[in-house]
Structures are given as structure tokens and as C-alpha cells.
Design a protein around this ligand. Structure first.
Ligand code: 6R9
Length: 662
């Protein structure tokens, strides 16, 4: 039983630090002074709005859509046949015009849109008017390279204003952007660029991370040897490091915009025209290119940004996510800019040159809203409070987290050390697929509990069910599903609608299958418990075990590989690979190292295994399936207690255990 107690903001009920979120019972009501100025000011107001949003969804989402400027009004809010959703049917709009033009041409012309710090310390800011100019010129630049409505554009850059400009320019001319995180390796970039059949690739010479240049153009060049679809490459000069330019294919960003006309009218887009593709890991080796469309995504990100961050005109908003992930798409670029916010962008590492970099930036730029990941918070905790307490942080009024469940200790530290017990913490549960926040406390209204994402956003109907789709009683764990469509949902997997329907809408018929486990307490609060499939969450980044396995078996020394997650205090989950070697290859520490490096080179440093364990064979069921459950148990605890009755060869487990005891 979970017992609830209400405490004043800033006090810990019982004064205890509880390890397990299952036993967490602290409740933090929204600070009164925060609620007084919030968009939604009481739990009653939230509940009334929520009730209306689910009882009259069409009316709710129709009203929400009025926050965007439409070129042609839609005729129906939603068409849904169980596998294909169409939101705002017949509507026409342009999201770049909504994110930029209407602010630039209205009262926000001289308001700062983007505030940037490079890792070495440079600062730049662009007003909405300046952003408008830059976006129009780059849009024309893309057109001059033959990019047309519907064409796909691959983007492989670091965090800088030009990255946001690249996304917005694609949106302006109706091209579909496919951003690949700058930490991915050449092969991953090539695979994604080929899958989406991108015509153009936008990159930069290099960016900075921990004082070192990240050679993006060089990595892109390697990827491009495997991408026949790419005709033109645009290279932004960020650092000035020399890079080879291929005649006829590679063009400097500054040359492209210099030649371009100044004015570019935004393309009228159908509400259901694709806006972007973003790849994410699934349970097979092939990442899924999730397709997000224009109207519903715009409405969903605009509304969640406004309510969940309680965004106001004077806010300075800083989300530390890279634009290469969905958080960066929805809550660095689209959501905040659609609302006309001032958005802070930072290029590099949080501990460069010192561990107080974020806190320094918050004070310098008077950041009011700060949104980061639990894994980052755990790193801050490790770095100690000295570097935090040197800074005032008095501009902050709201904190957010995303990417993985937050442990209550990290929540409390964030609350105390960064929020000074004055800032609500908004724990946002959502996914690449959902496009927008799905479960999160509306901060002026919903009391928070450390470790819980709390309650659903308006119009979202989550439920916990068994594998058979039966509802489970309050307090019991089960599968998290979403009962009905929402506007920012991904519409399909690029080129594979069947996989989309099978993965998301068939597992529990009639519902969206999230792949997460969760439970609900008697206050209707959701407690997320992690993935129930073969997807790992390493430092808030999604990784498919199969992707890492495919990379490993591509190495000539490897016969077979199985990858599992192991609980990790800092990263949430660590990557453990069990590897059986090809004939005549001998295990050695050198080979371990080589395989770790190999994975980092094939996929990216984020996928590098924390540990590799050699084994003569992998434990399999009689039908030949690798018994991951056993391996997970072994990786976590060093022993296997679970049921092994279907195990093919008991000696395999015995030998794996011996290895562990070495
Ligand atoms: C936005 C994003 C999605 C997966 C998701 C879940 C985990 C994200 C969470 C969370 C608990 C939160 N996740 N936010 N778990 N509490 N607040 O991270 O998208 O990269 O697609 O990952 O991340 O497991 O299913 P994505």
C-alpha cells in the first residue's frame, strides 16, 4: 500500500530518503506564488479541463488548433480507422511560418528567438526578425540545390543556431527533415540517410565537445561513400577546421545563402503532409523512421509547451537535449518557437570547461525554465554542490526532466539544489512516437511526487493493462497503453506502415502500445517502470539490443552475441554484451577492447558496451531463442535463480556463472 502524506513545499515528509519509488510517499503541492500566475491554477481547474478534453475531444482539440495560424481551415478534427490517423483533415498551414513569421511580423520582431553559447564560450543571439531573414535565405538556398516539397533532407550537425535554421527552412519549403544525432557514427548516418532516400545532406566542418573538435564533415564524407541518393551537401563553417570539399557536390552554407534571394514564401502544407522523419531504436536491428506530420504535431507541441512548462512571454527557456533527439525537435525547436519563446541553445558538454557550465549559463542569460534528463542530474550530484552553490540560480522558476524514470534521490537533489525548493519539477513521460508530452504534471495545478510523471496531459487517456489487454487494479504494475489517438502521434514508419501497425496498434488491440511498464496509484498518478521490450535506455538514450548485436556479429571474431541491460547508477542502464567467438579466436582483454571500440565506431560512442563477456555458447531455449531473461539476471546479480526448464544446455549457464566469478 502506498500511503500519502501532504507536505509543505520544500519539506520532506518524515525527513527520510526513500530508495524505492514504490514506497515513495512525499507530495509537493505547487508553490502558491507559482500557481497564482500560472495558466492552470488549481487541481480542480486541471481536472475540469482534463474531463472536458476527454469527454469532448473534438471540441478540445479544435480550440487548441486555434493557437496556430492556418492558411485554410480544416473540416474535421480527426479521422481514425485503427491504423491511420488524420488530424485536422483538409487544413493547410506552414509550421515555419507559425514558428517564425508570425512572431517576426508581429509584436515579437525584436524579441530574442535563439540565444546560443558555443562550448569555447562564444555567444550569439538572433531575434525573431533575424531568424526570419536567415530562414528565408537558407530556404531559398535549399531550393537552389533542387530541394522540393516532399524531398527528404538529412541533417548531421552540432548544436548551433544553423541547425534550428536548417529544420525550419525544410519546414518552410515542405521538405522533410531527417536529423541524425551528431554522436552517431558514419554507418548509422548512412543507414538513416539511405532509408529516407535523402537528396541533400546538411552538415558542418566540426563542432566542439569537451574541448575537442567533433569532425562531423569527415564522418559525413565516410557515410556518403555509401549514400548514392545524396546529390548535394551543404557545409556550415562553424569552427574553421579545414575540410575537403568535393567539387559539384559540396557547398558552403555561406555561399549558398549569399547567392539566395531574400524572400521565400512559406509553402502551404496539408495538415497531414510529413514534417520530419526521426529514427529511433526498436526491437529489431533496423531503426524505425517515425514520420511526424504537420498540423497535429504543431498543435500538440505548442499546447504541451505552453501548459507543461507554464510558458509566459518573459521566459528564457533552456532545454539541454540535442536537437538530434525527439526532445530537441519538440522542445528545443518547434514547441517553444511556436509559442514565440526565447530559446537557449548550448553546443557542448555540461562539464566544460568546469562542472558549473549550466549554472553559469543560467545566471548569465537569466534562464527561467530548465529542462534536462535524470542521467544529467545524477552526474551533477556526483560533481558535488560546491560548483552549484557558487551561482545564484534565482532566475529559475520551473524545472523539467525527461528520458527515463527519475529516482527520488535525484528528484530531491534537483528540487533542493537547483530549484531551491521553489520551482515545480515537471517530470515528462513521452516518446519519439508520441511527439509530445503524454504524462506530466501541469505545474501550477498538479502536486508532484518524486519519481512519478503524475497525470496525463489533456486529451490523453493512458491505462495499465495485462498482456491480454485487461485493466489491472490500482497499484499493480502492467503495460502502459494509450487508449485513443492524440494529434502529435507518429503516423507511420517511413516505408513500412505494416511494421507501424504491428508494433504499436496490434499488441493490445485498439490501443497504442508504448513498450513501457507502469503502475497507477490511488491518486491516479503514473509511475513509470522502464521498458518491457528489448530496448535499452542508456543515459536517457534509446538503444536496441539487436542493433548492438548486429554490430558485434559484423566483426570477424564474433560468432554470436546477445546484449542486455544492467542497472547502472549513473546511466540508468549499462550495456553488457555476451559474445561467443568464431572458431579459433581466443578471448583476451585486447579483443574485449577492440570489440568495444568496434561498436562505438559502427553505431556511436553511446552504444559502446560497458562490459563484454566471452562465452563458448549462449543460453537458448529449445526453439533456439536466446534467453535474455537469464542473461539480464546474470548481468545484474551475477547469478541465475529464474526458471531454466526450457534451457537448451544448462552447462552454458554454469560456464557463464563461472566467468562472472573470475
Ligand atoms: C522523450 C524520449 C522513450 C522512452 C520511453 C520510456 C523512457 C522517457 C520518461 C521515460 C520514465 C519519463 N522515458 N521519458 N521513462 N519517465 N519521464 O525520451 O523519447 O528517446 O523515444 O524514449 O524513454 O521508456 O518509452 P525516446
Amino acid at each position: 500500500m502506498v500511503t500519502e502524506s501532504v507536505s509543505k513545499p520544500g519539506t520532506e515528509a518524515g525527513g527520510q530518503h526513500l530508495k524505492s519509488s514504490l514506497r515513495e510517499n512525499r507530495v509537493f503541492p505547487p508553490p502558491a506564488e507559482f500557481s497564482a500566475r500560472a495558466h492552470v491554477r488549481s487541481l480542480g481547474d486541471y481536472e475540469a479541463m482534463y474531463r472536458r478534453s476527454v469527454e469532448e475531444p473534438d471540441a478540445f482539440w479544435a480550440e487548441a488548433a486555434d493557437s496556430l495560424d492556418w492558411m485554410e481551415r480544416w473540416t474535421r478534427v480527426l479521422d481514425w480507422d485503427g491504423s491511420r490517423a488524420q488530424w485536422y483533415v483538409g487544413g493547410k498551414l506552414n509550421l515555419c511560418a507559425n514558428a517564425v513569421d508570425r512572431h517576426a511580423l508581429g509584436s515579437r520582431a525584436s524579441k530574442v528567438a535563439l540565444l546560443w553559447e558555443g562550448e569555447p564560450g562564444e555567444q550569439r543571439s538572433l531575434t525573431y526578425q533575424e531568424l526570419h531573414t536567415e530562414v528565408q535565405r537558407f530556404s531559398n538556398g535549399l531550393k537552389s540545390l533542387g530541394v522540393r516539397k516532399g524531398d527528404r533532407v538529412s541533417i548531421y550537425m552540432g548544436m548551433c543556431p544553423e541547425l534550428a535554421i536548417a529544420l525550419l527552412s525544410c519546414a518552410r519549403i515542405g521538405a522533410v527533415h531527417s536529423v541524425v544525432f551528431g554522436g552517431f557514427a558514419a554507418q548509422a548516418l548512412a543507414d538513416r540517410t539511405n532509408d529516407a532516400q535523402c537528396k541533400v545532406l546538411i552538415t558542418q566542418d566540426s563542432s566542439f565537445r569537451r574541448g575537442q573538435p567533433v569532425p562531423l564533415k569527415a564522418i559525413a564524407d565516410e557515410a556518403l561513400t555509401r549514400c548514392a541518393c545524396v546529390e548535394n551537401v551543404v557545409v556550415f563553417r562553424r569552427s574553421g577546421t579545414p575540410v575537403p570539399m568535393q567539387d559539384g557536390r559540396d557547398h558552403w552554407w555561406h555561399d549558398v545563402v549569399e547567392r539566395a534571394e531574400r524572400e521565400c514564401a512559406p509553402e502551404p502544407m496539408d495538415a497531414e503532409d510529413p514534417l520530419f522523419i526521426l529514427y529511433t531504436s526498436g526491437t529489431t536491428g533496423k531503426p524505425k523512421g517515425l514520420v511526424h506530420t504537420t498540423g497535429g504535431y504543431g498543435v500538440g507541441t505548442l499546447l504541451t509547451t505552453r501548459y507543461n512548462f507554464d510558458l509566459h512571454e518573459t521566459d528564457v527557456y533552456f532545454c539541454t537535449a540535442d536537437i538530434g533527439w525527439i526532445t530537441g525537435h519538440s522542445y528545443v525547436v518547434y514547441g517553444p518557437l511556436l509559442n514565440g519563446a526565447t530559446v537557449m541553445l548550448y553546443e557542448g558538454a555540461p562539464n566544460w570547461p568546469e562542472t558549473d557550465r549550466f549554472w553559469r549559463m543560467i545566471d548569465t542569460h537569466k534562464v527561467t525554465i530548465f529542462y534536462t534528463a535524470p542521467t544529467a542530474i545524477r552526474a551533477f550530484m556526483k560533481w558535488g554542490t560546491d560548483c552549484v552553490r557558487k551561482h545564484s540560480l534565482s532566475s529559475l522558476r520551473l524545472l523539467g526532466t525527461v528520458g527515463e524514470p527519475i529516482n527520488p534521490e535525484a528528484w530531491m537533489w534537483y528540487h533542493r539544489e537547483i530549484g531551491h525548493e521553489r520551482c515545480p519539477i515537471v517530470d515528462t513521460w513521452w516518446q519519439t512516437e508520441t511527439g509530445m508530452h503524454m504524462i506530466a504534471p501541469v505545474p501550477g495545478a498538479v502536486p508532484t511526487k518524486p519519481g512519478s510523471a503524475t497525470r496525463p496531459f489533456f486529451g490523453v487517456v493512458p491505462e495499465i493493462v495485462t498482456k491480454q489487454g485487461e485493466p489491472v487494479p490500482a497499484g499493480c504494475g502492467g503495460l502502459l497503453v494509450i487508449r485513443r489517438p492524440w494529434p502529435a502521434m507518429a503516423r507511420t514508419i517511413f516505408g513500412d506502415h505494416e511494421r507501424y501497425v504491428k508494433t504499436y496498434w496490434s499488441e493490445i488491440p485498439g490501443s497504442y502500445f508504448t513498450g513501457d511498464g507502469a503502475r497507477v496509484d490511488e491518486d491516479g498518478y503514473f509511475w513509470l517502470m522502464g521498458r518491457v521490450d528489448d530496448v535499452l535506455n542508456v543515459s536517457g538514450h534509446r538503444l536496441g539490443t539487436m542493433e548492438i548485436e548486429s554490430a558485434l556479429v559484423a566483426h570477424t571474431s564474433v560468432a554470436e552475441a546477445a546484449v542486455v541491460g544492467r542497472p547502472d547508477e549513473m546511466k540508468g542502464e549499462g550495456v553488457i554484451a555476451f559474445v561467443s567467438l568464431a572458431d579459433e579466436r581466443e578471448p583476451s582483454p585486447a579483443l574485449k577492447d577492440e570489440l568495444k571500440k568496434w561498436v562505438a565506431k559502427e553505431i556511436g560512442a553511446l552504444a559502446r558496451p560497458d562490459d563484454i563477456r566471452f562465452t563458448p555458447a549462449l543460453p537458448k531455449t529449445r526453439s533456439g531463442k536466446i534467453m535474455r531473461r537469464l542473461l539480464r539476471e546474470l548481468a545484474a546479480t551475477g547469478e541465475v535463480k529464474g526458471d531454466t526448464t526450457t534451457l537448451e544446455d544448462f552447462s552454458v549457464v554454469a560456464s557463464l556463472k563461472e566467468k562472472d566469478e573470475e
